[in-house]
Design a protein around this ligand. Sequence first.
Ligand code: PLP
Length: 411
Amino acid sequence: MTNINHHYLELQGSYLFSEIAKRRTKFVQEHPDAQIISLGIGDVTRALPEAVIQAMHAAVDEMARPETFRGYGPEQGYDFLIEAIIEHDYKARGIDIQSNEVFVSDGSKCDVGNIQEIFSADSVVAVQDPVYPVYVDTNVMAGRSGAFDKTENRYTNIVYLDCNAENGFKPALPDRKVDLIYLCYPNNPTGMTLSKDELKKWVDYARENGCIILYDSAYEAFIREKDVPHSIYEIEGAKEVAIEFRSFSKTAGFTGIRCAYTVVPRELKAYDPQGNAHLVNDLWNRRHSTKFNGVSYVTQRGAAAIYSPEGKAQIAALVDYYMSNAAIIREGLASLGLDVYGGVNAPYIWLKTPNGLDSWAFFDKLLSEAHIVGTPGVGFGRSGQGYFRLTAFGSRDNTEKAVERIRKLSL
Ligand code: PLP
């Protein structure tokens, strides 16, 4: 008899997106002529930038000739991509990152999900609520969460950092000792950001309390405002306490191509049971090169192309397109008197549901009366109840139509 990893039994069903699909399907069956607009998904819709396409075509041609063919590459990523990342994402902002601190991967989902396995099974984990579910579920699988308390709607051993309108979606520091803190800025789902001073508070806290911050910056490219830090390493001392995750998915339309990277500074240490310090970078390198065999050469050539002058201009245009959608939604809904958050430095708009409707009741109203699909905030955690997420990743036409339809609702 073989036993399973029984921690998997603590996972709650991926209720959110299956329930959305179920309700949408039922509505479409009953109203086959309804023109549904989806502003629910977190996936991009625009094609790859031209510079990326050209670089990938050229790389395919290289792979077609024996003289330039490439087999396995370095697990950590090719130098040409790592150098471009260091130069443009860090050095240009006055941050010094070394090539052995960057790990190229096939997505931030994998990286933010896998990172926990290099830390002790009894590490105490803190997450923001509402939260990107991957942080929670991967710690459930690893046995760190404790049981799911159905009354509380939370895992007993996870420390939840509430984000709500009262605290401006900026959580308070943990009220008990934690080891790992997941922070996501610009935030999914709230679309909110921290200023440098606010982020410094977290870095200082981590330094004083011996915690590690897992900083998910998948939406960094959408930052518009000056005071918003692009990297946690803009904060003094952050290299001693933080790992940073970045993705090309939303920046350059890579959700289907798959490429991301993680920065693990050589200053960052964690401890064995005897209290000896170890470099987290060494552990992650070991994990990465044991379980991962590198991102394809063609993909990495495509990713590197976004750092060329043409690539930079093209991704700026791509991000502008989505952020104009965000402005249309944000301003459209605000003009109706709704409380709207996010959408300024992030492609997500987070709104307070009107008239005290709960998240799912508002979902049903939007679907049945405006034929729009969004995402109920409660699906991201208890603190998301009474909120709703719309995304800016649709087409301009659909985004405008959606706002017009919402305008006609009685809210
Ligand atoms: N982190 C956050 C906060 C996300 O919202 C997403 C995707 O939606 C990811 C990570 C995953 O990114 P990737 O496509 O690189 O796996």
